[in-house]
Design a protein around this ligand. Structure first.
Ligand SMILES: *Cc1c(COP(=O)(O)O)cnc(C)c1O
Length: 366
């Protein structure tokens, strides 16, 4: 008799991981509806509807790249650009294939089995997953009115968490904190707790709500700020993000991150995008105008939405999943957030003004 061959064994905290559910791809819906891909409006992943910066595309077109060579492991091209942009030397940066990679990297660096980490309810799933992957204990602070409760996070400090994660603005809520309140919070955190401040949507904030986070990093050795090229810079497909921290912390993060993590083309495009202030301004102006059309239109239709300072809006539609399916039937992809414990809500990315009008028309018809 042949014995049954044994199967792989997964640690319990790994077996409990939930898969990340991305926005439905354009190709999948086009196929399902049997329509051309360019008729689909994807408003599900907070991508830039204007595409990447033309200067980033130009940099890719004109670069003489030897793709048979590994990229420079120090990722000097982009690190130098970031260093000039932020006025901090190269050893304050850690790069990653998306800021998602930097967040996971930070968890792997700072957490181990049994250590503690805190974050708000309705936080971006990446951090919670990373905590679980490390076998650490999560303290999830309730989020009344979909805001991060800083006092609640302060109360978790009694567990001496190794990390506290705050996304400002948050995803999927889109809500943001007053910089002064955030600063008071960081001041109250003991030095052996690292605060990970995820600023994926920083560029969309109005001036008065923008934290001077690089100045904060200069002040606090236990602060890590992450930024991304995926949202306002329109380079989600290239996977580039970075973290800023004082050299001691940044050095440890660089030891843990995978080698060669950002490709040379991605670095070149990101460096060019960083210099393209004109494109960034157009992106923000388009986003503000489109978001106003979207929010005003939804409210007129009796659909409440949270005040957003990002390129997406969280709207209370009743049954989010069913609402999302009705939009899909009309060629529009939006993002249900049931997995975040928000079954009554839907997350809608801010697209072009034409896409916003099309969405509102589809809501009226459905
Ligand atoms: C999109 C997003 C990120 C990271 O995206 P990357 O493409 O991995 O850089 C990080 N945090 C939040 C809150 C996001 O919404």
């Amino acid at each position: 008799m042949r014995l049954m061959s044994p199967s792989p064994r997964f640690p319990e905290h790994i077996a409990r991981l939930k898969p990340y559910v991305p926005g439905l791809p354009i190709s999948a819906l086009a196929q399902r509806l049997a329509v051309p891909e360019d008729t689909i409006a994807k408003l599900a992943s907070n991508e830039n509807p204007m595409g990447p910066s033309p200067r980033a595309l130009e940099a890719l077109r004109t670069a003489s790249l030897d793709l048979s060579r590994y990229p420079d492991n120090d990722m000097g091209t982009l690190t130098a650009a970031l260093s000039a942009f932020h006025g901090l030397s190269a050893d304050w940066f850690v790069l990653g294939a998306g800021s998602e990679a930097v967040i996971s990297n930070a968890a792997s660096t700072l957490l181990e089995k049994g250590s503690h980490a805190a974050y708000s309810q309705f936080s971006f799933q990446t951090f919670g997953n990373a905590v679980q992957r490390c076998g650490a204990i999560a303290h999830v602070v309730p989020s009344p009115r979909h805001l991060v409760d800083l006092d609640g996070l302060v109360r978790t400090l009694e567990h001496r968490p190794a990390m506290v994660y705050i996304a400002n603005p948050g995803n999927p809520t889109g809500t943001s904190l007053e910089p002064a309140a955030l600063l008071r919070f960081i001041e109250s955190v003991p030095g052996d707790t690292v605060v990970l401040l995820d600023e994926a949507y920083h560029e969309f904030l109005p001036q008065r709500l923008r934290a001077d986070s690089t100045a904060w990093v200069r002040r606090f050795p236990n602060l890590l700020v992450t930024r991304t090229f995926s949202k306002a810079y329109g380079l989600a497909g290239l996977r580039v993000g970075y973290g800023i921290a004082q050299p001691t912390l940044a050095d440890m993060l660089r030891r843990v991150r995978a080698p060669f993590t950002v490709t040379e083309p991605a670095q070149l495009a990101a460096a060019a995008a960083l210099a393209d202030l004109e494109f960034l301004e157009r992106t923000i102006a388009n986003n503000d105008a489109s978001r106003e059309i979207l929010c005003d239109g939804l409210r007129e239709l009796g659909i409440p939405c949270l005040e957003s300072h990002t390129n997406f809006v969280l709207a209370q539609v009743g049954d989010g999943a069913a609402w999302g399916r009705r939009m899909e039937q009309q060629g529009i992809i939006v993002r249900p957030v049931t997995g975040y414990g928000l079954p009554e809500w839907i997350r809608i990315s801010v697209g072009t003004q034409a896409e916003m009008r099309r969405l509102l028309e589809a809501v009226r018809r459905s």
